[in-house]
Design a protein around this ligand. Structure first.
Ligand code: ATP
Length: 263
């Protein structure tokens, strides 16, 4: 059985306050506050250049914010490098899918687990029982996730040869196999066809229900955002305009003017 995530200890799994990111003279993110609760799907939307990806990069350890605080389950994480953020249980996918394209689907899932495998080089050199056990468990977990994500038939195919939809699912599987508590998805619907988008929505919803994870989502596809999110923060010019439930966001005059009205 695939293990479920440990329950969050604080009421807010992720708490971002006064977040600021300056690039030279440009204030790309200017005083952003939001929190993501346990088991919540929280989306950030806004026009191109609003600062969504910059927020993601600050939260995920890719940028050192120039101001503000990021707390994950009660611990400060702003400025920590991304591999340490990932070890705490916060993992992400990328706008441009980043897989090991020459490795097979299965190998991608095995590599992902190296973050967690406790056995060191000496154990590997001498193939100790602990090492063999860890390897066997990694293989079992990979097989479970291949099945869960509908990737069993392409397990031995090179990741770079997969359809776009399958690559997205593999990227999400690679995150989930590390047993995160917060999954950050950067435009996961980009490049997907309508059927794949529906499947993605069901997948996000299913992962949240089954594994108790929270999801932080950046997405331009409004049907996915409105269908899957519990709350949505709308950004414009580096600042939040409104944070509310999908229905309230849909009918908010400021949002319609800034964003939805452009469609
Ligand atoms: N590394 C960087 N150096 C300088 N400026 C940057 C950098 N990253 C982002 N910016 C600028 O910060 C602003 C916000 O960009 P960001 O990519 O966060 O917006 P976004 O809302 O994610 O846009 P999109 O929807 O197009 O992905 C933009 O003006 C962008 O040019």
């Amino acid at each position: 059985m695939i293990p479920t995530a440990a329950p969050a200890r604080s009421a807010q799994l992720l708490a971002v306050s006064g977040l600021q990111m300056r690039f030279g003279g440009l204030l790309a993110v200017d005083g952003i506050d939001f929190e993501v609760r346990p088991r919540e799907v929280f989306a950030i939307i806004g026009p191109n250049g609003a600062g969504k990806t910059t927020v993601f990069n600050c939260v995920g350890g890719f940028y050192q914010p120039t101001g503000g605080q990021v707390m994950f389950d009660g611990q400060r994480i702003a400025g920590l490098p991304s591999h340490l953020v990932a070890r705490k249980g916060l993992v992400r996918t990328f706008q441009n899918i980043r897989l090991f394209k020459q490795l097979t689907v299965l190998e991608n899932l095995l590599v992902a687990q190296h973050l967690q495998v406790e056995t060191g080089l000496l154990h590997g050199l001498f193939a100790t029982p602990a090492y063999r056990r860890a390897e066997r468990q990694a293989l079992e977990r990979a097989a479970q996730w291949l099945e869960r994500m509908g990737l069993g038939k392409v397990a031995n195919q090179e990741a770079g040869t997969l359809s776009y939809g399958h690559q997205r699912r593999l990227e999400i599987a690679r995150c989930m196999i590390t047993e995160p508590r917060l999954l950050m998805l950067d435009e996961p619907a980009a490049g997907l066809n309508p059927q794949e988008k529906i499947a993605l929505q069901q997948l996000i919803d299913g992962l949240r229900r089954e594994f108790g994870i929270s999801v932080l989502l950046i997405e331009h596809d409004m049907s996915l955002v409105m269908g899957v999110s519990d709350r949505i923060m709308v950004m414009e010019h580096g600042r939040p305009i409104v944070t509310a439930k999908p229905d309230e966001v849909r009918s908010d005059r400021r949002v319609i003017n800034a964003y939805l009205g452009e469609d």
